[in-house]
Design a protein around this ligand. Structure first.
Ligand code: LLP
Length: 418
């Protein structure tokens, strides 16, 4: 991973001083570089499309801000959505229903009805879901999610393709389920597997492509021709300074070779979330409190696990720096901790930093994927602002949440009112 440029010790984010953005919009604030977002989309689409006709379904769970969705809609992306809320957000952002694939897990009849009425293709996760959809909307366009028994991911909590997880239909049941879907009269378009998130090794993706290719041929033998093979998302990105990116080119060549050599399917679907948005965005937070316990030093900041839960939830590493102390000598090791009343509320452990002081702007890197989208109102803290930088100009794309929002849907029974 490469560091940002700086000018006289001041970090530049997409040509703008990071601390100026913090000053103008307040902290904590997520800041996204539009140019980088467009480049990431074009790179991943280009690398795969060079080998085979490829549809990129951006996994919008990673970041579903409407401005981000608008940019990706302009770029020609399609969508992987996991809820009616995501489907509706993408429709609102201008995606047409035929550019959205819905992949839910433990889907209720209400959700199946809502999604199918929006005319969005449904990626079936279980045999029960298939039977229930046949009652609700027979003949709907579908794909089927297979659990290939191959997993990958940065943490056990995000490995989905292994046996024993709640996702998909085990590969040994696949042929029966496709036959059943055919008997039920569904419009069957594809086959899907998502093995997990944030893996950097290309072999599990190749194994999954092998399994999906073999199944595609067996499915053809029972009279169902598939239009696409969907290998899911999960392509890892570097979070540490000395980490190299995974070789997307190699991955694209290997996976498409397997599919082209073994099947006559012409279209590949991929579902990157993290790859497209992770490194487009930083979280800017202000140091509000320095605490030195002798044995331990803390940089207390105004962003916590309510804003970015990944370090607390998965032990994830996010690089941190001080915006206006670039290139300054590091003085000691610190934990960067937030305002949430939990010991586990940290953004970074044991980081050497250049003499942090109250008022400094701390930059949390690679925060664009599963950053804002997993944020919460824990401790009754409003969700923070989001800003988009383009052509040297910073624009607000989400305002800070008013406290009123946090109370709006709560009801105090009449008898308890004061
Ligand atoms: N497709 C499906 C069916 C998925 O479930 C996911 C992610 C993706 C695509 C996109 O995966 P990506 O390319 O972003 O790795 N909150 C965790 C990640 C959870 C991923 C859930 N599913 C984190 O912060 O690392």
């Amino acid at each position: 991973m490469e560091d940002y440029e700086s000018d006289n010790g001041r970090m530049l984010f997409a040509g703008v001083y990071a601390s100026d953005i913090a000053e103008e919009f307040g902290t904590p604030v997520y800041v996204t570089d539009e140019k980088k977002l467009r480049e990431n989309y074009r790179r991943i689409h280009g690398v795969f499309a060079k080998e085979m006709d490829t549809v990129v379904n951006y996994a919008c769970k990673a970041n579903s801000n409407l401005a981000i969705l608008r940019i990706l809609e302009e770029e020609g992306s399609h969508i992987d959505a996991v809820s009616v809320g995501e489907v509706e957000s993408c429709l609102k952002a201008g995606f047409t229903a035929d550019r959205i694939l819905y992949t839910g897990v433990n889907v209720s009849n209400e959700e199946l009805k809502a999604v199918s009425e929006l005319d969005v293709m449904i990626n079936i996760d279980s045999e029960s879901e298939l039977e229930r959809l046949a009652e609700i909307n027979p003949g709907h366009k579908i794909s089927i999610r297979i659990n290939p028994g191959v997993g990958s991911g940065h943490s056990d909590a995000v490995i989905t393709g292994k046996r024993g997880t709640k996702f998909g239909i085990p590969s040994e049941r696949a042929i029966d389920v496709y036959a059943r879907a055919n008997d039920l009269g569904f419009d069957i378009r594809g086959i899907h597997a998502h093995i997990g998130s944030g893996g950097s090794d290309i072999y599990p993706f190749m194994d999954a492509a092998e399994i999906l290719s073999e199944l595609t041929n067996e499915i053809k033998d029972i009279g169902v021709d598939l239009e696409f093979i969907d290998i899911g998302g999960g392509f890892g990105v570097p979070y540490k300074m000395n980490e190299d990116p995974m070789s997307l080119e190699e991955l694209a060549i290997e996976v498409t070779d397997i599919i082209k050599m073994q099947t006559d399917v012409e279209t590949l679907y991929i579902e990157p979330g993290r790859y497209i948005v992770a490194d487009t965005t930083v979280l800017l937070t202000k140091c509000v409190n320095i605490k030195d316990l002798g044995t331990k030093k803390f940089v207390g900041v105004d962003a916590g696990m309510n804003n970015l839960v990944r370090p607390a939830m998965y032990g994830s590493h996010h690089h941190v720096a001080i915006a206006d102390k670039f290139g300054k000598a590091c003085t000691a090791k610190y934990d960067v901790v937030g305002p949430i009343c939990e010991t586990g509320d940290y953004l970074a452990h044991d980081r050497v930093l250049p003499n942090p002081a109250e008022g400094d702007i701390v930059v949390v890197y690679t925060a664009g994927a599963y950053g804002f989208s997993m944020s919460s109102n824990y401790n009754m803290r409003p969700q923070c602002r989001e800003v988009l930088v383009n052509d040297g100009k910073a624009e607000l794309i989400r305002d800070v949440q008013p406290m009123e929002d946090l109370w709006k849907h709560q009801i105090v029974p009449e008898r308890l009112r004061k």
